[in-house]
Design a protein around this ligand. Structure first.
Ligand SMILES: NC(=O)c1ccc[n+]([C@@H]2O[C@H](COP(=O)([O-])OP(=O)(O)OC[C@H]3O[C@@H](n4cnc5c(N)ncnc54)[C@H](OP(=O)(O)O)[C@@H]3O)[C@@H](O)[C@H]2O)c1
Length: 325
């Protein structure tokens, strides 16, 4: 099979597409013929060995995919050869085949196409768990979303609006903000043109209830300062490359709650909420209310270019690899 391979940690350009043997089908696993995969910022971090977990090279990067079940190991129930499925894994998705445990995949609802299904597994699930369970967003609340045209950010804009909140999107260009607006943002703030604190104050004079922050760096503190008394700040990631340090007097003065989200910990510690949220989210996807925006598509042979595109913060919504093409 063709696969993108990381032989040594480093920049995206080190990832090369080559022929590999198909992954072995161990007991209890399902082989999926991948048709589309999506690129996430964490893939860039895993290739650079800057992620929370190290994956020893050589490995095939890629953490979300959609395709068709090609083989099912003895004893596995719920999936049959030919089923259309989508799923997530730590690595392995940038390849024509991936072998996974059945709990890593689910059937594609309705006739959703492969790209949309491949792009739904990480960003929308992250954003929904963050809004629903961590921030506990209520209808009518004001939520600020940083990196609002990125994968997690745009999903948070769309889902925040679906949950009945008023969403203030913060992004670095008019093009990115236009996409956030089309996905339900009420207010738009260009962080490249304005002093962020002043712009947020002008936009939300009474402050916000919630901040969703997948960016960190210099954006975190002005966004936190824009919360009203009792506001909730959720740290989700550091796409800027810098982990912010927040003066705790800001937290004290406004009774702010700083909260964190990390997928594996959340899944392990609050499985009941995870299950409820996933069920709600799959209903939204099946009804086409929550749908990823595909901003760019690359061939599998161009996996390195796709990773570079995401690493440089150019992605608008999701970036996909057309694997079967
Ligand atoms: N906690 C979790 O479980 C979890 C799950 C998924 C992802 N994450 C993390 O969430 C973050 C966002 O992931 P994503 O897939 O949404 O990424 P993405 O699609 O690349 O979006 C990241 C956004 O960050 C902004 N940004 C600011 N400075 C940047 C820089 N120097 N380089 C790149 N982007 C920059 C960009 O928006 P502007 O240009 O508009 O500023 C960009 O749209 C990552 O750190 C990822 O690791 C965490």
């Amino acid at each position: 099979m063709r696969a993108a391979v990381c032989h040594a940690y480093g920049p995206p350009e080190g990832v090369k597409v080559e022929d590999l043997p198909s992954p072995p089908l161990a007991a209890g696993r399902v082989r999926v013929r991948v048709r589309a995969a999506a690129v996430n910022f964490p893939d860039v971090l895993i290739v650079a060995n800057q992620y929370q977990i190290s994956v020893p090279p050589p490995f095939v990067p890629g953490s979300e995919f959609a395709g068709v079940v090609g083989e099912v190991a003895d004893g596995v129930t719920g999936f049959a050869v030919g089923d259309r499925v989508f799923g997530t894994a730590m690595v392995g998705a940038f390849a024509e085949e991936i072998a996974v445990a059945p709990d890593a995949i689910r059937h594609i609802p309705g006739d959703a196409d492969d790209r949309l299904a491949a792009a739904f597994g990480v960003a929308h699930r992250t954003a929904y768990h963050v809004l629903r369970s961590v921030a506990r967003l209520e209808p009518g609340e004001e939520v600020i979303v940083l990196g609002a045209a990125g994968g997690v950010g745009l999903a948070a804009v769309q889902l925040g609006a679906i949950l009945g909140a008023s969403v203030t999107a913060v992004a670095s260009s008019a093009e990115k903000l236009a996409v956030a607006k089309a996905h339900g943002a009420t207010h738009l703030v260009d962080r490249s043109a304005d002093d962020l604190r002043s712009a947020l104050k002008a936009t939300l004079p009474d402050g916000a209830d919630v901040v969703v922050d997948p960016v960190g760096g210099d954006l975190a503190e002005p966004a936190l300062r824009s919360l009203r008394w009792g506001g909730r700040f959720v740290t989700v990631g550091y796409a800027s490359g810098a982990i912010p340090r927040i003066p705790l007097n800001l937290v004290l003065l406004k009774g702010i709650q700083i909260l964190g989200f990390e997928f594996r910990g959340f899944a392990a510690k609050v499985p009941d909420e995870l299950e409820r949220n996933e069920k709600e989210l799959m209903e939204l996807f099946g009804a086409r209310r929550a749908v990823p925006h595909i901003g760019a598509a690359f061939a599998l042979d161009d996996a390195a270019a796709a990773l570079r595109y995401v690493a440089d913060g150019r992605a608008i919504g999701k970036v996909v690899l057309d694997v079967s093409a």
